[in-house]
Design a protein around this ligand. Structure first.
Ligand code: SF4
Length: 332
């Protein structure tokens, strides 16, 4: 776990997300009218400082990937605001958005699906260089691609090959090189290691950490379990049914969680000392349907600590410690 990069009172965060909401209409009836809404992201707010990594975790379907895509406007948010370097991304026209996307890139979960199988590695990485006219000559184009490949642990011999000739870990390295081509400031890492073998996961995470140290990158690092984000994150946000239920500096979240859902996720994280014992909290039931969310605290049907008021009163995300926020009545 790394400490949070210092942010002086005058320095604005690199990314500010305010009340971000994304719902998908459910249509029905003979006129195809909206009959309900699937609340994928429901009023999510957070900041990320330059050079910081914010880990974002939660079970599948909790809205974390949709949040990442809404930040880049790969999916249009229903409401809320995203400010990047002080500019409101949410209201930008297409030209300004194209410019800002040079600074905000994404690495996708599935390195098998995210690379075009008909394109060579050179074409995959070079596409953005050409679109943004970043290399004035064929020589500088080639030199930049070789440089990017070497930066991610590949080499010039790989340029003319196709994605299927690479292992999963290598493909993810190609995806990282593609993201780095435009020298971004922020990278949304959308479950970048979930599809990889455990032995390869650490290599990719180490590479991302090295790149951050060298290039001063800022990450939103999305994962479905807390063990993956533990070492790379300065702070961690835990999401449940479209909402952030806890956000805190990593050390605090891992040692003093203030939300029963975080406690349950933490109880599933393996501990390196085989003699140390930890009681696993097994959550009963599946994540509820985001169309029909439970009343009160959305977590109450699965919460081992639920009280009467949890069924009717919705807890709000509030400060429970230094830079530590949680949404649970137990903290009242
Ligand atoms: Fe559990 Fe109640 Fe806290 Fe929700 S508000 S997490 S149901 S104790």
């Amino acid at each position: 776990m790394t400490d949070t990069p210092s942010m002086t009172a005058s320095s604005a965060p690199l990314l500010e997300v305010k009340g971000l909401t994304k719902y998908f209409p459910i249509k029905g009836g003979i006129f195809g009218r909206e009959v309900d809404r699937l609340h994928a992201v429901d009023g999510v707010s957070f900041n990320i400082a330059a050079g910081e990594t914010l880990g974002m975790v939660g079970e599948s379907g909790c809205g974390k990937s949709t949040t990442g895509r809404c930040i880049l406007r790969l999916i249009e948010p229903s409401s809320g605001e995203v400010h990047f370097q002080g500019q409101n991304v949410s209201t930008m026209g297409s030209d300004a958005l194209r410019e800002v996307r040079r600074d905000m890139q994404i690495i996708f979960q599935d390195p098998y699906a995210s690379l075009n199988p008909r394109m060579t590695v050179e074409a995959i990485i070079g596409e953005a260089l050409t679109i943004h006219k970043l290399t004035p000559s064929p020589e500088s184009y080639r030199a930049r691609i070789v440089d990017l490949l070497e930066t991610v642990g590949l080499n010039a011999d790989h340029m003319k090959r196709f994605p299927h000739e690479f292992s999963g870990g290598q493909r993810q390295r190609i995806g990282i090189a593609r993201a780095l081509a435009v020298s971004p400031k922020l990278i949304v890492c959308d479950e970048p290691v979930s599809a990889l073998d455990v032995s390869i996961q650490a290599q990719v995470i180490n590479l991302l950490e090295d790149l951050q140290a060298k290039m001063g990158l800022t990450y939103l690092f999305i994962a479905h379990d807390l063990s993956v984000v533990e070492h790379i994150s300065n702070r961690v946000a835990v999401m449940y049914l479209g909402r952030v239920v806890e956000i805190a500096p990593s050390r605090q979240l891992y040692t003093q969680p203030k939300h029963p859902y975080t406690e349950a996720l933490l109880s599933a994280v393996p501990i390196p000392d085989p003699k140390a014992k930890k009681k696993r909290i097994v959550l009963t039931g599946d994540v509820p349907n985001p169309v029909n969310r439970p009343s009160g605290c959305h977590f109450h049907p699965r919460c081992p600590k639920a009280m009467d008021r949890c069924r009717t009163e919705e807890p709000v995300l509030k400060l429970v410690g230094d830079q530590h926020q949680a949404a649970c009545h137990l903290n009242d």
